[in-house]
Design a protein around this ligand. Structure first.
Ligand SMILES: [Zn+2]
Length: 292
């Protein structure tokens, strides 16, 4: 089963819902960033949320960024997504290792600690939309639930999970977001609450062979659930040597000259995908001419 996000409605449009399976893209992130189990879980939850939230964007060129800056040993996370559920991201301290919360439960909240989460949407306006909240628990799903209520005035239920295997590879990852539109009835709300209280962890469901469609069916199956879209999700970074060269040109002639005389070469590294770009002295001299 490849990674994908589904979008759905229920309750005659009073509820909108998203669900995702993201094990492969989280595994890819783990491999490129060499993350410890708890860092994989934190990054994986953020990437999963971003993949679903990316599909909420309307324009092809719209971009969503989720950022956490915090005081815990993980220090922070940055992820971004486009409307096609292509995500990328990194954590500030990928090797963080802290005791598990209880057997089988990685302490993501402990690794993140106190801090802030920002949601930035670049939707082609002059100023991007940005919302910022104080972290509730650092467990990410709870923090996003709070963000949706506070900053977007949309009551939501968010479930996110990453199941890390004993060999530290990613066994399953996925999540759901259920959002209430203004015309939700009290009856729907209490029914939803009751379902959400009983539903197993999303990663356990995926591990039992359930699909994102099954997950939404379990929550909203008798509430006129309609799957409206299915988008393939992937880890994708758009960095290229050309972009790196443009960034180098933009630092200016003086800085470039300094690099050439002192280092005779440059190695630049993309935070998002951990790729390294090497530039020789010759290449740097060519860039210097463009920088004039
Ligand atoms: Zn990159």
């Amino acid at each position: 089963m490849g990674d994908y996000v589904i979008r759905a409605t229920a309750g005659n449009g009073a509820i909108r819902a998203f669900a995702a399976t993201t094990g492969e893209l989280v595994q890819h992130a783990r491999q490129v960033h060499h993350t410890s189990p708890v860092a994989s879980a934190a990054l994986g939850r953020m990437l999963t949320a971003a993949a679903m939230m990316g599909t909420m964007l309307k324009g092809d060129k719209d971009l969503l960024t989720l950022q956490i800056r915090s005081l815990g040993p993980l220090k922070g996370i940055v992820v971004s997504a486009d409307s096609q559920a292509r995500v990328k991201g990194y954590v500030f301290n990928p090797t963080v290792d802290i005791p598990v919360k209880y057997p089988g439960k990685l302490d993501v909240g402990g690794a993140i600690g106190e801090g802030y989460m920002s949601v930035i949407k670049d939707i082609g306006m002059r100023e991007p939309y940005a919302g910022r909240i104080k972290l509730v628990s650092g467990e990410i799903a709870e923090d996003l639930t709070y963000y949706f209520a506070q900053s977007e005035q949309t009551p939501s239920a968010v479930g996110l999970g990453v199941l890390v295997d004993t060999d530290t590879s990613i066994r399953r990852a996925g999540g759901f977001i259920i959002q209430l539109m203004p015309d939700t009835t009290e009856e729907m709300i209490s029914k939803l609450e009751e379902r959400l209280n009983r539903i197993p962890y999303v990663t356990d469901l995926l591990d039992m062979g359930k699909t994102p469609e099954d997950v939404l069916e379990m929550i909203l199956g008798d509430m006129q659930l309609k799957i409206v879209d299915r988008v393939e999700a992937s880890f994708y970074c758009n960095c290229t040597k050309e972009r790196v060269e443009k960034a180098l040109i933009s630092i200016g002639k003086e800085e470039l000259e300094k690099i050439i005389t002192q280092d005779h070469e440059a190695t630049l590294h993309c935070h998002f995908c951990n790729k390294e770009y090497h530039l020789t002295e010759e290449e740097l001299k060519t860039l210097l001419e463009e920088a004039k």
